[in-house]
Write a protein that binds this ligand. Sequence first.
Ligand code: 7RM
Length: 637
Amino acid sequence: MSYPFQIKSIEQYHAAYKKSVADPEGFWGEVAGSFYWRKRWDKVLDWNFKDPDIKWFSGGKLNITENCLDRHLGTLGNKPAIIWESNDPDEHHRVLTYRDLYQKVVQFANVLKNNGVKKGDRVCIYMGMVPELAIAVLATARIGAVHSVIFGGFSAQSIADRLQDAQSEFIVTCDGAYRGNKDIPLKSVIDDALVQCRFVKKVVVLTRTRIPVSMIKGRDLWWEDEIKKVETMGNPDCPAEEMNAEDPLFILYTSGSTGKPKGVVHTCGGYMVYTTYSFVNVFQYNPGDIHFCTADIGWITGHSYIVYGPLCAGATSVLFEGVPTWPDAGRFWDIVDKYKVNVLYTAPTAIRSLMSYGLGPVHSHDLSSLKVLGSVGEPINEEAWHWYDENIGKGKCPIVDTWWQTETGGILISNLAGVTPSKASYATWPLPGIQPVLVDESGNELEGNGVSGNLCIKFPWPSIIRTTYNDHERCRTNYFATYPGMYFTGDGCLRDESGYYRITGRVDDVLNVSGHRIGTAEVENAINMHAGVIESAVVGYPHDIKGQGIYVYVIYGNTHGDENLTRQDIAQTVSRIIGPIARPDKIQFVSGLPKTRSGKIMRRILRKIAEGEIDNIGDTSALLDPSVVEEIKKGRL
Ligand code: 7RM
């Protein structure tokens, strides 16, 4: 397979960029031409950011799974599509060729159909990192249903909220999941969620850990039994459903500045074109390369760069069930060595965590197959960047620092490995088709170099968010209303003297903890459910490994009893309500919070204190009672 749109030199990058701005429709029309469409589009792009109403490849008909699977069968049928590495290094790995994957997807697509799933229905997928997760995702897409994957670390309450919001009547899950030394009882978490979701009709359960589960008659089915039924039918074909380019492909929930996660909607045509285009160009993927993205498929990074981008490109994608540090901190390097991985794509939090174990686990493995390293999820600090470069890339692998979001569908700002220059802790330049602008608080565009502001994008790209599920107005106000005529990212950004972009972090109330997006309001809501809590405020603070940690200020009712037990209890509440990823790191009891006369909590002050900048908290004259600040400073953890 060759990629006619692959950029191979810096001159080609500049030429592509120029064309993408001068003639976006011509540019993307050409890229889209190398995919398989049942019917070609009538119009490349129709858009306005006011509503917003964005349509790419209108009139085009396709099914993304024909591009991921069917199209490759002739040429790549016997080539590995997915290499699965178990959590347990002693369990045998699995290789699924493109033909194997195709057959399994078709089989499971028939399972979904047999159970009444129809085009447009939402299918919630809550599974560990097993090949069947990718199979379930693709099978859903094959019949034109809409997948909503929920990360295995979310709690029953978070699942129930998402099921309700998306009105998902179908669930695919596992009995349990292995992650490091933990066994997570996924089906039991689903059972708890479903107490509140009586509209759910079917739950298909894959056997993974053999933890005992309870099955509800008529509702719960074993994956293996359902597959047998399809086999008894003689393994019928499952022709892909013909989709409009703008039909929804999936919903993925992500945190914002309010207490309720948003269901980001991506559509079939544009998402396919942009994830594949960015995959090939950013990582400079060449046929035969082994691509290892360490993210979970429950996050956008897994959707775009484990499943859809790589498979559309006919790549070999490594799917890893475990965690970086179990059974030891050499786990990634073991996998790189074992499969001769060429591209490794991971998160700064993983790099920092592995750094803390020293070089022993690195040096005991052969990493010479590596050609390209990638970083995603949060700003990568210079120290981690250099460690990655020197010790993993041995100074010869370009590092791509890829900036993007759930809402952008694919990478928007990044160097192209070995093709455009890299710079430690800079995402560097926009991909062709991406027009970033920096704006000040009043929305004025900051032109020229050497400026910092809020990062917006002023022109659509094929995988831009189309809507937030069931609430288009929320999509408008969140992303398109702050700076009219532009998509607002929520990130702060610097454009240096040479025109390189450096993302500095969120400018809204969204935290980034170990690369996971968590809203401060979401955590506050969970904390406030605890009976003893009167009021709370949540801020982020710099954390050596997680990037940001969660710092909580709590006004607590009953001050008798053991403070540490109360802390544990509050942390446990957050874990139960949202999931372990949102568990607070520090909980400080206070008697009051710094508020303005109008009753608004001044988070700026709380942030400064949590960051340890107690001598530099700025103006407190707007406070109703400035004395609370002194008390909070004294009690700082
Ligand atoms: C892909 C993903 C999005 C937020 C985003 C940023 C931060 C992501 C980088 C980064 C600096 C990067 N989607 N972010 N990548 N910050 N440099 N290379 O992470 O929706 O979960 O998070 O993550 O703040 O707005 S996400």
